[in-house]
Design a protein around this ligand. Structure first.
Ligand code: ARG
Length: 312
């Protein structure tokens, strides 16, 4: 386990060769000086321990119930992820897992939280339907004031990604196209709708990751022409992931504006990130990948005034 986790060392070594001072220079040489140097901001995340994790049904092409997953190994990987966030200075809150909901570990699907408002999820498949209420109950129980029950099918941050200015909303496999309108209504921010086209990349967060308000990484083949054009209109810079990095769910990553926590196996993508001034932090999520999830799937970002020391 330690050895796998330590796979991020090569990334760090690579990045350490680019000192803080030279990072800006490298960026300007590569990018013509247009983009700002990445900077981390502290985040709060909600996570759910994979106590009841199992692959007992198949609702995406990664899931093979005939090749069962190891819950203890998944727990060790998940705990490493949690420790990684804490080590980066982020706050992690925990929701209790519910027996009989093996995918509840994928907290990203539990809600969408922007500016203190919570839009609950409504799952596409009956296997996950009961998770929606468990997540809503958690937010209500923690005293979040503005908690909305959705009208349309939406799988939370699995399909909705916040850039800091706008929301990207995906449909095609899970969330309804109509959920985009509901998002705009609930959060009052511009919503850019995109369609996913490859069943392996059934959630938006398996096909792209927002690195900061102006930068994202994505797998172009997971979108149609219109979607690619829409993304190009939102981001000043788009890093393109290669097949082999998308195939280890390398895009299922979590950025704090500087550190990018991603699959340790996505080595070329890590190098692309380092060249652009981000710091890749590799984690091994291979057991959770058997259910079609990675680091981001296990992580729901909590954004709002409820976040802070007095609620810590
Ligand atoms: N087995 C889960 C499903 O198919 C995986 C969810 C992954 N979550 C995510 N945010 N992409 O729903």
């Amino acid at each position: 386990m330690i050895a796998l986790y330590d796979r991020h060392r090569p990334f760090r070594t690579l990045n350490h060769m680019i000192t803080d001072a030279s990072r800006g220079t490298l960026r300007s040489e590569v990018l013509g000086g247009a983009a700002a140097t990445p900077a981390a901001t502290p985040r709060a995340y909600l996570m759910c321990p994979p106590e009841y994790f199992a692959v007992t049904y198949a609702i995406n092409p990664w899931m093979r119930p005939e090749e069962p997953a190891d819950a203890a190994r998944a727990m060790r990987q998940w705990e490493r992820l949690r420790q990684t966030y804490l080590g980066l200075g982020h706050e992690v809150r925990i929701i209790d897992p519910v027996p009989g909901l093996p995918d509840m570990v994928f907290a990203a699907n539990g809600a969408t939280v922007v500016g203190g408002t919570v839009l609950g999820a409504r799952f596409r498949y009956p296997e996950r339907a009961a998770e929606a209420g468990a997540y809503l109950d958690w937010f209500r129980g923690q005293g979040w004031q503005s908690v909305r029950v959705p009208r349309h099918v939406n799988e939370g941050e699995g399909d909705f990604l916040y850039t800091g200015r706008a929301l990207i909303a995906a449909h095609g496999f899970r969330s309804d196209p109509a959920a985009a309108g509901e998002l705009a209504e609930v959060f009052g921010v511009p919503v850019v709708s995109v369609r996913l086209t490859d069943p392996r990349y059934y959630h938006l967060d398996t096909a792209m990751c927002v690195l900061d308000a102006d930068t994202a990484m994505y797998y172009p083949a997971a979108f149609d022409d219109e979607g690619r054009a829409a993304l190009a209109s939102v981001f000043g810079e788009l890093i393109e992931a290669k097949d082999e990095d998308a195939e280890v769910l390398g895009l299922n990553a979590v950025s704090d504006g500087y550190h990018v926590v991603l699959a340790a196996q996505a080595t070329a993508l890590a190098r692309q990130l380092a060249v652009r001034g981000f710091e890749p932090v590799g984690v091994d999520m291979s057991e959770l990948r058997k259910a079609g999830g990675g680091a981001k799937c296990c992580t729901l970002e909590l954004r709002g005034p409820q976040i802070g020391s007095e609620r810590g």
